[in-house]
Design a protein around this ligand. Structure first.
Ligand SMILES: Nc1ncnc2c1ncn2[C@@H]1O[C@H](COP(=O)(O)OP(=O)(O)OP(=O)(O)O)[C@@H](O)[C@H]1O
Ligand SMILES: O=P(O)(O)OC[C@H]1O[C@H](OP(=O)(O)OP(=O)(O)O)[C@H](O)[C@@H]1O
Ligand SMILES: [Mg+2]
Length: 283
């Protein structure tokens, strides 16, 4: 394999974040709206810009070695691909929803009803598992207006904030699946050197995103408590200060623990806490 090909969405919800992720991996490429393929100047990689629906099949068939696409699209296209890395963006749920004034009260109320969706394969499997027999109406978009137009009794569509459901007089009724953008590859090709190199770059960017670099001053007489709150990657760096009663500590903190840790550190006597974003973490 001399040049890798990665397929990403040409425009839409995942385009910007996919481009940003690849650029943060240090890859140089042009991102013209009109270009469908873009060579990377400093890595043996070409970027293919596609409709997201086509990405899983391109990867399954080996036209692209890698792809970035929502899990919902992979499930819907029923392809055989390797899930290489969850990417932490494009988070949404595929949900059933019904009109606010619907008389349907539980799942069995969907028996014999019409459900509009752009995800007939996933919905069909879900309904079969639940033992529900409904009439699935496949449409290609604007699913949320179909009950108002009298085309369906319920819908099954992607939801993140719930704003689209709300503004169309609908309420969520059940979760079918949750989804986020993932990096996929062709089955059996995951161990190729170039693919591993790219996965490692992506993971170093994702790790950095979840973590903050923190510098602070701590009183020596409470150092153990402060260090106990700061595990770091191996252990925190401790630097002496001109004032012998104090030291400076440099370390990293997971974003999810951040505010808890900061207030605990302050209680333990830490001062002058400086927090910085991290670009990459290579283990
Ligand atoms: N509201 C949302 N919030 C977060 N992620 C979403 C949301 N809606 C969709 N997604 C995710 O982003 C993916 C792309 O959504 P988008 O609406 O751009 O698809 P599309 O209209 O089918 O695009 P394309 O033109 O490429 O076919 C979805 O498959 C899903 O994984
Ligand atoms: O819960 P919300 O935050 O309101 O998001 C949900 C909406 O987002 C997606 O559509 P999108 O806006 O991507 O447009 P599309 O239907 O043209 O793809 C999805 O199909 C919903 O309509
Ligand atoms: Mg699409």
């Amino acid at each position: 394999m001399k040049t890798l090909k990665i397929a990403i969405q040409k425009s839409g919800r995942l385009n910007e974040k996919s481009v940003e992720l690849l650029k943060n991996c240090g890859l140089n490429f042009e991102n013209y709206k009109s270009s469908l393929i873009s060579p990377v100047s400093n890595f043996p990689l070409e970027i293919l810009f596609l409709r997201d629906d086509d990405i899983p099949e391109y990867v399954q068939d080996g036209i692209a070695h890698l792809g970035i696409v929502g899990e919902n699209v992979i499930q819907e296209t029923e392809v055989e691909v390797a899930y290489l890395q969850k990417l932490g963006f494009g988070k949404c749920s595929l949900k059933l929803a019904i009109p606010n004034n619907s008389d349907i009260t539980d799942l069995s109320g969907l028996n014999g009803k019409a459900i509009a969706t752009t995800y007939p394969v996933i919905l069909n499997k879900y309904l079969q598992n639940q033992g529900i027999q409904a009439d699935i109406r496949t449409i290609s978009g604007s699913v949320e207006i179909s009950p108002g137009l009298g085309l369906s009794d319920a819908i099954c569509d992607l939801v993140s904030t719930g704003g689209t459901l709300k503004s169309n007089g609908l309420k969520p009724f059940g979760d079918v699946m949750s989804s986020e953008a993932v990096l996929i590859g062709r089955k059996g090709e995951e161990d190729t050197d170039l693919i591993q190199e790219l996965i490692q770059r992506i993971q170093s960017v994702l790790r950095a995103k979840e973590t903050k670099y923190v510098m602070l001053n701590a009183p020596k007489d409470n150092l153990e408590t402060v260090i106990g709150l700061l595990p770091g990657i191996k252990s925190p760096t401790i630097v002496p200060l001109a004032d012998e009663k104090w030291v400076a500590i440099h370390t990293v903190i997971p974003e999810r623990d951040f505010w808890d840790r900061i207030s605990q550190l302050k209680q333990a006597g830490a001062q002058g806490i400086v927090v910085m974003p991290i670009e990459k973490i290579i283990l």
